[in-house]
Design a protein around this ligand. Structure first.
Ligand SMILES: [Zn+2]
Length: 304
């Protein structure tokens, strides 16, 4: 049987388009942060293929790279990291890539909030000599995500200068949306009187948001979800919630609500809803814009 030439031609063209769709000519980026995955996709547009190794809804404090994740990181031209000591498995990444890929710890270029570790807390975090640690949750500030977008734009332009104009244009469009998001959040928070801006959360993930929008955070667990709150800390928190007459406390999409439920029983506060603390998730939180709108609306509407 002979294959008609036109059919052969269309098979060849189909194969070629499959090859280019599989990323033969695209800049390969590997990201260990769900928020950076979105930024790289938005700014990189058609020129990049981004492997999001920490997946939406995954707890980045407990995440460990699989052999397949490390293989993907090793084949990337650019590796994006959250920074601020969140990636406790960096040695594995370095070993897998042999230091060949450019890796960028985006958060390290952003100003840090520092906090004291509770000495009772079995903290699995790297504290300095004075027991202070850097808060890794920079993405809960929209302004930080704007800065991160500029950092990613500049790095993509450096690695792939031929497409600089497109990266500039894509970044401008994404930054405009982030600016609109920040303005919306400010208006929404303004509905809540200052003395009601008390945020009780499962772990200490919202200090950057609190600083931007004037909240005080009372966290059950420390900055890592791997820490355990002491009985003393929980007792103090219960006193504080009663004294401050906090109306609602919030759960998180990746955490077990056991201790929160106990505190709710003791204080009579209600469950305010579930927040996305550690990056993108499913549902509302599948985009950064949706995640922030969900968090801010849930907080403001429950505390009113
Ligand atoms: Zn966290």
């Amino acid at each position: 049987m002979t294959i008609p030439q036109s059919l052969l031609m269309s098979l060849v063209l189909g194969l070629l388009s499959t090859l280019s769709a599989s990323g033969a000519n695209l800049l390969q980026v590997a990201s260990f942060s769900t928020v950076l995955t979105e930024i790289a996709q938005q700014v990189g547009g058609d020129h990049v293929i981004v492997a999001g190794l920490v997946r939406p809804g995954q707890d980045p404090h407990e995440y460990q790279p699989t052999p397949e994740d490390l293989r993907q990181a090793a084949s990337a031209k650019l590796i994006l990291l959250s920074g601020k000591h969140l990636e406790h498995y960096l040695d594995k990444v370095q070993q897998a890539t042999g230091g060949k890929a450019a890796s960028l710890a985006v958060g390290d270029a952003l100003a840090s909030l520092r906090m004291k570790v509770d000495p009772d807390e079995k903290a699995k975090v790297s504290a300095d000599r004075n027991g202070m640690i850097e808060d890794p949750h920079w993405w809960n500030s929209v302004v930080n995500v704007e800065k991160a977008t500029v950092i990613v734009r500049d790095e993509l332009s450096k690695v792939d200068p031929a497409n600089r104009a497109d990266y500039d244009r894509n970044a401008r469009a994404y930054l405009a949306k982030l600016e609109e998001l920040d303005q919306w959040a400010k208006r929404k928070v303004a509905e809540l009187p200052r003395d009601k801006r008390k945020l009780v959360t499962s772990h200490d993930a919202f200090q950057y948001l609190a600083k931007d929008y004037g909240f005080k955070v009372y966290a059950i667990e420390g900055v890592s979800t791997e820490t355990e709150p002491s009985d003393r800390h929980i007792a103090d928190l219960i006193d504080e919630i009663r004294k401050e007459q906090v109306k609602a406390i919030f759960l998180e999409n990746t955490l077990n609500p056991k201790v929160s439920v106990e505190i709710i029983k003791e204080t009579g506060a209600k469950i305010g809803g579930t927040l996305y603390a550690d990056g993108l998730g499913e549902g509302d939180g599948s985009t950064y814009d949706g995640m922030v709108r969900h968090n801010i609306a849930t907080i403001v509407d429950s505390l009113k």
